[in-house]
Design a protein around this ligand. Sequence first.
Ligand code: DX5
Ligand code: ZN
Length: 225
Amino acid sequence: MSFDRSIKIAPSILAADFANFGAEVQAVEAQGADWIHIDVMDGHFVPNLTFGPPMVKALRRHVSTVMDVHLMIAPVDPYIEAYADAGADVLTAHVEAGPHIHRTLQAIRGTGMKAGVALNPGTPASAIAHVLDLCDLICVMTVNPGFGGQSFIDMSGKIAQLRAMIGDREVHIEIDGGVDVNTAPIVAGAGADVLVAGSAVFRGGSVETPGPYGENIRAIRAAAG
Ligand code: DX5
Ligand code: ZN
């Protein structure tokens, strides 16, 4: 994965057809997705349960872009190897998921994956001040994690603060939750470069009629400027 700060649209498969993930991933990539965002939920760290390493591994052969795996689980460390084996390119852990985020990020990088750290809306940017050299991506949650289709929580101040803290480090700022044509310019303007979007991308389309996926992706990208 080479680094550049151009705007990337990362559709979240949480909003896709759960009975047809492989075809959905291929369709949304063909329609212009830059990354594929995969939401892993354990029903413990968040009040919802999705899927684990076997599903991510099965999806790998359908993803030709970047497999961006968002772990909404606690603990994280016992599962890092399994996601590396599943073929994740980026593995993101929540700073709130345990007491040792420094070790978790070291362990993720130790497998060769890119390391991401996610911050819930209530968590300050300062929580990751001492791990900026251990991460390749910071995921700023703009909803409380667990579900798609929720209302956007404006985190512009935190995004700008993180952008300043990062300086010229090669670290992506990813926004996750409620991203659409109205909120994309807000977060891009504050310094974000990876925009996760579930409902705003998959809205109105299907594997059989994927045109709306492309229209939605292009509209969000245009709105981000
Ligand atoms: C929420 C997930 C998000 C969510 C985004 O816990 O981490 O990735 O799927 O969905 P939308 O874009 O519909 O808010
Ligand atoms: Zn997510």
